[in-house]
Design a protein around this ligand. Structure first.
Ligand SMILES: Nc1nc2c(ncn2[C@@H]2O[C@H](COP(=O)(O)OP(=O)(O)OP(=O)(O)O)[C@@H](O)[C@H]2O)c(=O)[nH]1
Ligand SMILES: [Mg+2]
Ligand SMILES: [Zn+2]
Length: 294
């Protein structure tokens, strides 16, 4: 064994090799040391012993800030929730569910409206009109026409980000558009496994200029909620924040209670019906789960 240990980020794990990039941009193909029992995943910061010709031995995993399960990836700081202007028409229920999940994982959500080269579906218009004032970042982009990609790159600075959203909204197209040029990963993938694109079996983080990383995910439409108290659900709604002060009860669920600030805002049209209805749907799901914990 030669030299001292180095620190780097695991960005890909493929057929027993862990690909680690150091802060100065060197890439090492690492094998795992036998004593290391826990599973190493993409997004893990690790210490490793560099060997010659770009190889290394992975020694230890540094403490994780979080661990997402779908996709399995560590230390995620941001999720780009992608919906399309049209084709497919946005799912507002999935959007609100993903925003809640991001909040629960302590990950910053950004809403990306892709395909802004198309005429917006009415639901895309609702997203553009409502979510910025509700406290969420919303960006209109076109992966196909390379519109507003600089803003996405800026967002990703210093982040480990994952993409989320339904199938067909353009998540993979966005990665391809962001990670242009002779990027290390495509060369590596095609050389190693003889295919142009990665498969869904392993999670790969792709480098974005200025020290950001992003992972692709296959599209999905339903996600389980982790354990959560019904009284805490509204904490994940920044748009309910001020309104809650007008609720009569401190533990108001904004559901069947009278004198509720959130329900008043609904009546006044300050909270749109769809947003409130999605909240109630999630609330009922949380309450149903709560029963099982008792
Ligand atoms: N008009 C238009 N079409 C786009 C844009 N971005 C992607 N598409 C098209 O949308 C379709 C789906 O794109 P993908 O990138 O495969 O979508 P995805 O979200 O990765 O889908 P899954 O992998 O199934 O989850 C493709 O036909 C793309 O060419 C865009 O900005 N504008
Ligand atoms: Mg895809
Ligand atoms: Zn209330």
């Amino acid at each position: 064994m030669t030299g001292q240990e180095s620190v780097g980020l695991v960005f890909k794990n493929y057929s027993g090799f862990y690909y680690v990039q150091t802060l100065d941009g060197q890439v090492y193909e690492c094998k795992i040391r036998g004593k290391l029992k826990s599973t190493v995943v993409s997004g893990d910061w690790v210490t490793f012993t560099p060997l010659d010709s770009g190889r290394g031995i992975l020694e230890n995993i540094q403490e994780r800030k979080n661990l997402l399960y779908r996709p399995k990836i560590a230390n995620v700081t941001m999720v780009l929730i992608v919906m399309a202007y049209d084709r497919p028409s946005p799912s507002l229920t999935l959007l609100d569910r993903l925003l809640l999940l991001a909040g629960l994982q302590n990950v910053v959500p950004c809403i990306i409206l892709n395909k802004c080269d198309l005429n917006p579906d009415p639901k895309a218009v609702l997203i553009k009109d409502y979510y910025p004032q509700a406290g969420f970042k919303v960006l209109s982009i076109s992966a196909k026409q390379q519109y507003n990609l600089e803003e996405v790159r800026d967002l990703l600075q210093g982040q480990i980000a994952v993409l989320a959203g339904p199938s067909g909204v353009g998540k993979t197209s966005l990665i391809n558009a962001l990670v242009d040029g002779p990027s290390l990963k495509t060369q590596e993938v095609s050389r190693k496994i003889g295919r142009g694109r990665h498969t869904t079996r392993h999670v790969e983080l792709f480098p974005i200029q200025n020290n950001g990383w992003i992972a692709d995910t296959p599209g999905f439409s339903v996600l389980d909620l982790p354990a959560l108290k019904s009284t805490e659900l509204a904490d994940y709604y920044p748009d309910f924040g001020e309104l809650k002060k007008e609720c009569r009860f401190a533990d108001c669920l904004h559901f069947r209670e009278k004198q509720c600030g959130v329900k008043n805002a609904l009546t006044d049209g300050k909270i749109p019906d769809f947003r409130y209805n999605n909240y109630i749907q999630l609330l009922e799901e949380v309450m149903e789960k709560e029963k099982n914990y008792r």
